[in-house]
Design a protein around this ligand. Sequence first.
Ligand code: AMP
Length: 249
Amino acid sequence: MKVIVPVKRVIDYNVKARVKPDQTGVDLANVKMSMNPFDEIAVEEAIRMKEAGNVTEIIAVSIGPQQAQETIRTALAMGADRGILVKTDETVEPLAVAKILKAIVGQENPELVLLGKQAIDDDCNQTGQMLAALLDWPQGTFASEVKFADGKLQVTREIDGGLQTIEINTPAIVTADLRLNEPRYASLPNIMKAKKKPIDMKSPEDYQVDVTPRLNVLKVTEPEKREAGVKVENAAELVKKLREEAGVI
Ligand code: AMP
């Protein structure tokens, strides 16, 4: 069984994002970029499925600039088998990503596409769902556990206040949530081996997908600055401050 894992190159989760002075977006100049953390979890899950004998090949796909090749190399160093880079310098919105992935699915015939639940740069949480709709495949989103059972997939989903376990037929779409697993670090020998693994170079035109953005971002703003807290000596002082300074009691 083949698995496709889409991996997005995004601003590193440890970097404090700064909004550009003209409020058109986040300043990415000289900023560390990495694989979207939920995609690392998806790659890890695919590798565990392969180690368990349920998966034969893992294909990492990234849609983005030339540097997204490094993101694919990271997936290959973790244990993916080959990559596809769909190169574009445009901002590609979830619908266009889903259309490109649909075309790749048409060529590769995987049984499973395992995505991150959300990209931490646009926070859209849309691509997996859109791909499921375009392919007319079942989907298990926000997965915290995925099991194979009698040719089907059992997906435990993180929902408000609890967990829901569903059974879906394959081929299917699954999106990875935070608690699905803890991704491994690539070992040095595997990083070296990954350099020899193949990456196909493609463009959106190869899949006849127009990636022109459909959304117009009007404004991006920083969250309001929070004031530093103060330490109080005792409960009496806390009550006094809440009453006299904060005016909340
Ligand atoms: P989003 O809908 O933008 O929050 O993204 C959800 C998931 O779709 C991500 O975690 C990735 O697995 C996948 N994805 C989105 N954009 C891309 C991209 N440009 N390249 C590869 N995968 C992507």
